[in-house]
Design a protein around this ligand. Structure first.
Ligand SMILES: *[C@@H]1O[C@H](CO)[C@@H](O)[C@H](O)[C@H]1NC(C)=O
Ligand SMILES: *[C@@H]1O[C@H](CO)[C@@H](O)[C@H](O)[C@H]1NC(C)=O
Ligand SMILES: *[C@@H]1O[C@H](CO)[C@@H](O)[C@H](O)[C@H]1NC(C)=O
Ligand SMILES: *[C@@H]1O[C@H](CO)[C@@H](O)[C@H](O)[C@H]1NC(C)=O
Ligand SMILES: *[C@@H]1O[C@H](CO)[C@@H](O)[C@H](O)[C@H]1NC(C)=O
Ligand SMILES: *[C@@H]1O[C@H](CO)[C@@H](O)[C@H](O)[C@H]1NC(C)=O
Length: 366
């Protein structure tokens, strides 16, 4: 009896979460791409800008700022339309307006992204380096979505703080804890930002350095106990010492040396995985479809400026395999806060260097 009810509840939940996803897609889509193509004259663009400002509750202090923002908006709109027309012939993702549309890519990079530097790693890493290890997993299913088994918290929003690395790390720790205990904690990015001195808070950091901090600290507090402030702040040592809510046993990582894609696949088959990524101008305005990095060339290097969490994978027909990634830019960005990234492209670095750096915590069932 009890198990029937559990099953029923599970299916209700599944059904609800799919409906919920579909309806929030509708709500968040401010204007469709067909409609964007009809916005051409200065007057139409200006009207769209006013509507956009209202949607995002944007107010500018001076007329001068309003003018500058309008010019940036216009330039972003032109870029979106131009790219959508180009992408159509080669790929199947599309760009759209979102909360960043009055921000230039340069400004966006400074506020939300990391500086592409290696200098953040200071500590002697105790994790296991995985870069050149090839793993196989013949029994992994051909598609997987950790959201459906309850291993992923709601999409969060980092705000105007370069803390993607902290969100990527908490997501991975939340995930492994749910996988081994069936119970999903909601963990504190703020503790990582304020207390982990080997990362640099809102100025940037690395997901596996954050795992090292949690390992050495003996745990991490919940979102509720140590709430998000989107600023560096001073470490609350009382919380750090006393609220060790979720723990990890260790961690594996790869850094500036791509992991074989099959190894990444096998890692995701076991739990949600943190990865670094190069967020380019297309990615800033990503709206839907499978992102394949059509506007990005790695130039042979493993550069990255962002971090996210892989929460699953699937395929849309032959030669169209994708990862599902959770981002930390709120639910209005992309597909309800998620993005599909093409996989099995044959690129050693993966799309926008997604294979280049990643990590995951380990934890045994106790
Ligand atoms: C931070 O880095 C220093 C220097 O390598 C190291 O001794 C220390 O253990 C690190 N702390 C954490 C929490 O990783
Ligand atoms: C992995 O292998 C490549 C190519 O042999 C090498 O350049 C790189 O240093 C290796 N990375 C690690 C972390 O061992
Ligand atoms: C795959 O599943 C088969 C049948 O259950 C099992 O015998 C085998 O050990 C599994 N292989 C791996 C690598 O887990
Ligand atoms: C976890 O915390 C975030 C940020 O406060 C919140 O949006 C979310 O609803 C919480 N719970 C879950 C299950 O995601
Ligand atoms: C740390 O957090 C606790 C519990 O929320 C609070 O009572 C205390 O005032 C905080 N300490 C500092 C220094 O902010
Ligand atoms: C990126 O897009 C712009 C604008 O469409 C184009 O000029 C540029 O060549 C593209 N770059 C790459 C690497 O595809």
């Amino acid at each position: 009896m009890a198990s029937v009810i559990t099953k029923l509840l599970f299916f209700l939940f599944l059904w609800y979460s799919l409906i919920c996803l579909a309806s929030s897609v509708r709500d968040d889509y401010f204007i469709s791409n067909q409609d964007l193509d009809m916005v051409n004259s200065e007057k139409e663009v200006s009207e769209l800008f006013q509507a956009w400002k209202q949607k995002w509750e944007r107010e500018y202090q001076t007329l001068e700022e309003e003018t500058t923002r309008f010019e940036t908006f216009k330039s972003n709109l032109e870029y979106i339309k131009e790219r959508n027309a180009k992408i159509k012939s080669s790929s199947d993702y599309s760009l759209g307006l979102n909360q960043f549309s009055d921000t230039s890519y340069e400004e966006f990079s400074k506020i939300y992204l990391l500086k592409t530097t290696n200098s953040i790693i200071k500590s002697d890493l105790v994790g296991t380096e995985m870069s050149n290890i090839t793993v196989s997993c013949p029994n992994a299913t051909s598609s997987l979505d950790w959201r459906l088994s309850g291993a992923v918290t709601n999409v969060k929003n980092q705000g105007a703080c370069g803390s993607c690395w902290a969100f990527s790390a908490t997501g991975a720790i939340e995930g492994i804890n749910q996988v081994v205990s069936q119970w999903l904690p909601n963990l504190s990015e703020q503790q990582l930002i304020s207390c982990d001195k080997n990362n640099s808070g809102c100025e940037g950091g690395i997901h596996f350095e954050a795992l090292q901090y949690v390992l050495k600290n003996g745990g991490i507090a919940t979102e509720r106990d140590y709430p998000y402030k989107a600023s560096n702040g001073v470490c609350n040592c009382t919380l750090e010492t006393n609220n060790k809510f979720a723990t990890i046993d260790g961690y594996n990582y790869w850094w500036n040396s791509p992991i074989p894609e099959v190894s990444l696949f096998c890692a995701v088959a076991k739990q949600p995985i943190s990865v670094s990524f190069f967020a380019d101008r297309d990615f800033m305005s990503y709206k839907s479809g499978i992102f394949d990095g059509a506007n990005f060339t790695s130039g042979g290097s493993c550069g990255h400026n962002h971090a996210m969490l892989i929460v699953g994978y699937g395929s849309l027909g032959a030669d169209n395999d994708y990862w599902i990634l959770k981002n930390s830019w709120g639910t209005s960005w992309g597909q309800c806060g998620y993005v599909f990234i093409k996989r099995n492209t044959g690129l050693a670095h993966g799309v926008n260097n997604i294979n280049c750096a990643g990590s995951y915590p380990t934890k045994q069932i106790k």
